[in-house]
Design a protein. Structure first.
Length: 314
């Protein structure tokens, strides 16, 4: 609740104040002209009435000119009745007859809102932070149809977010952000359009789930990866077995190819000095590797003795 109030205060601070006096150079000039004339009359006649009348008249006339910025529209009420919008630029009102209860900002406004400890459709509590980009397209409706349109938009966005979270599962909430943002924008737009407000976009900043659930989801993902790795390893073993079966069929009727393969195996084993080769006795008999094994052992011994340093007797 505190975060929602702070975000609403921040949004209100970005909007023009309705009660703050808005001084401008035109009002100052309009005030100074009658005051100067009254001062001159007082100096000429030695009567302070001229200065008093000039100052009072200048104060009254100085309330008439108003200046609205390029992005602002002023809502003008005459004796409490709406008469129209004024601005941008210089415009005039009747002092004490016309009032300006609101200055409507038509720029794009950002509002942060959140849903705390909200249950999803599968009863998982989540905290969701989002940002709303909106603007006033009809200042008349924003001033007349709702009491405080920034606050109304903020609360409408928060309730819409809670509504969508309540009918969405955690998996869809984590994986389908774009779809949820579109639904949220549509829902907020439907609620705020009667107030003269349109929503440009909604962006979800963060989705926070309980720590215990994060650990469980991490373990589940790790188990799924291990399962997939074991499946891939099993498929590789099956493919290797099929390859060996095909190779054995090729070697069965071709003893020359079998001997060449045996020589290649011995050559690979002799590449490393001091390597230990384990050859099953059945392979020695079936592949005729007796003589080849002896030559390999002799070659290995020769390489080993050549690496030993020669020690001369003292």
């Amino acid at each position: 609740m505190s975060s929602n109030i702070s975000s609403l205060i921040q949004t209100r601070s970005n909007l023009p104040s309705q009660n703050t006096p808005r001084l401008n150079i035109v009002s100052a000039l309009v005030f100074l002209a009658p005051a100067a004339i009254g001062l001159l009359a007082t100096l000429l006649t030695a009567n302070p009435i001229g200065l008093i009348v000039g100052v009072v008249l200048g104060l009254l006339l100085g309330l008439s000119p108003k200046i609205a910025r390029q992005w602002e529209r002023a809502v003008v009420l005459r004796l409490g009745r709406y008469v129209g919008l004024r601005g941008p630029g210089l415009f005039w009102i009747l002092p004490f007859v016309d009032t300006i209860p609101a200055w409507i900002d038509q720029r794009v406004i950002t509002t942060s809102f959140a849903a705390e400890e909200t249950l999803t459709s599968d009863t998982v509590p989540v905290n969701v932070d989002a940002v709303l980009f909106w603007m006033v397209y009809d200042p008349e409706k924003a001033a007349l149809e709702v009491q405080n349109y920034p606050q109304a938009v903020s609360w409408a966005a928060q309730t819409a977010l809670r509504d969508i979270i309540g009918r969405t599962s955690l998996t869809d909430l984590l994986r389908g952000r774009e779809r949820i943002e579109e639904e949220l924008q549509k829902l907020i737009d439907e609620r705020s359009n009667p107030w003269g407000v349109t929503v440009q976009s909604v962006e979800m900043r963060d989705v926070i789930i309980p720590t215990a659930l994060q650990d469980a989801m991490s373990r589940e993902a790790q188990a799924a990866r291990e399962k997939q790795a074991r499946i891939i390893l099993g498929q590789a073993e099956v493919e290797i077995a099929h390859s060996f079966a095909t190779a054995s069929q090729s070697y069965h009727n071709n003893p020359t190819a079998l001997h060449l393969r045996a020589m290649n195996m011995l050559y690979e084993g002799l590449k490393e000095k001091g390597a230990l080769m384990l050859v099953p006795s059945s392979a020695v008999e079936s592949m005729g590797m007796g003589g080849l094994m002896g030559a390999a052992a002799l070659r290995q011994q020769t390489l080993t003795e050549s690496d030993e340093p020669n020690v001369e007797p003292v």
